[in-house]
Design a binder for this molecule. Structure first.
Ligand code: 6R9
Length: 647
């Protein structure tokens, strides 16, 4: 095995950093030994209408799981992200918008942000929306998406963002799932020189889930269908709206947003986040993990449709009064140097992206990076999936010139923000490791066979958390039992992350990937069950089993085994049709990479599909199939291998 190098923080960096090694140690200890004291002090990062006196009231005890932080506190998230900066920085840029078209960008100041948010909040009210109502956002990466989120927060409405790459079918399920009163969308979403017809997709979704009011931003000016009384033009209503809208005082535990995410079973679940604890977590991690300083330009390349966009494009940076960059395009258009051109153009200081993007750009070599002046960069971050050491090294050497700390941040939609991560001035990094816990985070590794904690420093097993942190999700929207069952039932008394993990001799954590039937395709989480149910919804398909397989760029690809109905013919045309079908049912992000015909699937005598075997076949790893003696018909496996090899 090649030796793993350790990269200590550079002395120059440590000098200016918020947190050094000794401070990390003492603060971490305080956060564990005296959570009440620690978090009541940290809560002062936010501006409260009523400061909390009850700090932590949480239990992971099955089945009475209950999570409350700052429960008697009152605040408004929009007031924290906008209003409180108006006295000190009205003319500072809050949002830099870089459009898909490289010649177009805009700067929006905190004062402008305030006016737009307040107007939109008044527009919501005029459409009959109030505290607690749900608003679905299905939007391009444009400043109006930020206004739409913050305007919800201002009046206490709960947003549920649906990534613009999802299909009308997936959108309809999410609109229906939270009984939304309004959908905010745009005519079209330009990306990479192409355009997604968002409003047309909304029309198709409403034909499935029933009519809901819409508010349509004009992004490209494309001609779209507007139904009188149902569809409203954003710019028309905004033109008459007042910039004066008081912020609704909210309890810290009132919901801020719902975000659907995939699990191992059933339909995606609506992860529910709070106002107080979530915002504190987003703000604090944004400042400390990226070592954000006053005046820095921060760029997170995610889409606001994912949790990373929520916490690190909008809520964290704006709560801190930062300048946040919002990018509408893709890393490879108009050329593979786009990320670096944007870093140079806007003098980006912290850059946060996904390993899949790094791998894709790495394939094009150094030249597109070296063409650009990247001297403004101070910290580089990654998120979404394990980063392989080759990609880490390339990021470090080619982008960071070997002098910028890399923060490999492990977290989940459920966690609200970073849980395992280097702190750049404090924690030496190792390529591929998310290193150590953030303040208040108590990771444990459990033996999956016994459910017992592995207490030795070196350990391997499933990653759980022993106690709550303020940014933790509070429930599954409308289904608290599902929350308890999904996260607190397999290992009682712990939060179960769904990830496998190893702890090395230095106590560093190395995520080994999901241990459930969730796959991670280009950093997007997907339940194999979702792809399976899309496939079996096709009239020709009788059965389907979906697994992940290693993919050079995407991390994991989607491998589908499909059994057809009697009398159906296994043809290449049908294969193509099924691929398009899945794209239509879920969205292009769920495009199958391989569809293998499987007249028979390996099943146990009780009828359970043995996915372990299917994963091995997908990986072309036939020597390690393990015990197949419990199969009802072991010959099925040979047929699948023959099929795989002749494909
Ligand atoms: C923020 C986000 C969560 C899953 C998580 C894990 C994987 C995320 C990672 C990572 C290794 C990292 N994951 N960050 N694996 N190293 N730094 O991605 O949320 O979309 O909910 O995905 O992503 O498997 O369980 P989400």
């Amino acid at each position: 095995m090649t030796e793993i190098k350790t990269y200590p923080p550079a002395p120059d960096f440590v000098k200016n950093a918020h947190i050094d090694a000794a401070t990390y140690q003492s603060m971490y200890e305080a956060s564990i030994n005296d959570p009440e004291g620690f978090w009541s002090q940290q809560a002062e990062r936010l501006t409260w209408d009523k400061a909390p006196t009850k700090i932590k009231n949480t239990t992971f005890s099955h089945p009475d799981v209950s999570i409350k932080w700052f429960e008697d506190g009152e605040l408004n998230v929009a007031a924290n992200c906008v209003d409180r900066h108006l006295a000190t920085r009205p003319d500072q840029t809050a949002i830099i918008w870089e459009s898909d078209d490289p010649s177009v960008s805009r700067h929006i100041t905190y004062l402008e942000l305030s006016e737009q948010v307040n107007k939109l909040a008044n527009v919501y009210k005029s459409l009959g929306i109030g505290k607690g109502d749900r608003i679905v956002l299905y939007m391009p990466m444009i400043p109006e998406a930020a206004y739409a989120m913050l305007a919800c927060a201002r009046i206490g409405a709960v947003h549920s963002i649906v990534f613009a790459g999802f299909s009308p079918e997936a959108l309809a399920a999410r609109v229906g799932g939270c009984e939304a009163s309004l959908i905010v969308t745009a005519d079209e979403a330009p990306r990479g020189g192409r355009s997604t017809p968002l409003k047309t997709n909304v029309d198709k979704a409403l034909a499935i889930c029933g009519d809901v009011k819409t508010l349509v931003v004009e992004r490209t000016g494309a001609d779209v269908n507007m139904v009188e009384g149902r569809d409203h033009a954003y710019h028309t209503l905004m033109a008459h709206a007042s910039t004066d809208c008081p912020a609704e005082p909210m309890n810290a535990e009132d919901p801020l947003f719902i975000l659907y995410t995939s699990g191992s079973t059933g339909a995606p679940k609506g992860v529910l986040h709070s106002s107080g604890g979530y915002l504190l977590w987003a703000a604090m991690t944004h400042e400390i993990v990226f070592d954000y300083h006053e005046g820095d330009i921060f760029w997170c390349t995610a889409d606001v449709g994912w949790v990373t966009g929520h916490s690190y494009i909008i809520y964290g940076p704006l709560a801190n009064g930062a300048t946040t960059l919002m990018f509408e395009g893709v890393p490879t258009w108009p050329d593979v140097g786009r990320f670096w051109a944007v870093c140079e153009k806007h003098k980006v200081n912290q850059f946060y992206t996904a390993p899949t993007a790094i791998r894709a750009l790495m394939a094009h070599g150094k030249e597109p990076v070296e063409k650009h002046d990247l001297s403004s960069l101070k910290v580089l971050g990654t998120v979404g999936e394990p980063i392989n050491p080759e990609a880490w090294n390339w990021y470090n050497e080619t982008v960071g010139k070997g002098t910028r700390p890399i923060v490999d941040t492990w977290w989940q939609t459920e966690t609200g923000g970073h849980l395992l991560t280097p702190i750049p001035g404090a924690i030496p990094t190792k390529p591929g490791s998310a290193t150590l816990p953030f303040f208040g985070v108590q990771p444990v590794i459990l033996d999956p066979a016994t459910g017992e904690e592995v207490t030795t420093t070196e350990a391997e097993g499933v990653l759980c958390m022993k106690d709550s942190w303020p940014g933790q999700m509070r429930s599954v929207y409308g289904d608290h039992d599902r929350f308890v069952k999904t996260y607190f039932s397999d290992y009682k008394g712990y939060y179960f992350s769904g990830d496998g993990c190893r702890r090395d001799a230095d106590g560093y954590y190395w995520i080994t990937g999901r241990v459930d039937d969730v796959i991670n395709v280009s950093g997007h989480r997907m339940g194999t069950a979702e792809v399976e149910s899309a496939l079996v919804a096709h009239p020709a398909v009788s059965e389907a089993a979906v697994v992940g397989f290693p993919h050079d760029i995407k991390g994991q690809g989607i491998y589908c085994y499909v059994t057809l109905m009697d009398g159906e013919e296994y043809t290449d045309e049908l294969r193509k049709e099924l691929r398009d079908w899945v794209r239509k049912e879920i969205g292009p992000i769920a495009s199958p990479d391989h569809i293998q015909w499987a007249p028979g699937l390996p099943k146990t005598r009780s009828g359970k599909i043995m996915r372990r075997i299917l994963r091995k076949i997908a990986e072309n790893d036939y020597g390690a199939l393990g015990d197949t003696s419990t199969l009802a018909d072991p010959s099925v496996v040979e047929d699948l291998i023959d099929n795989r090899m002749n494909k």
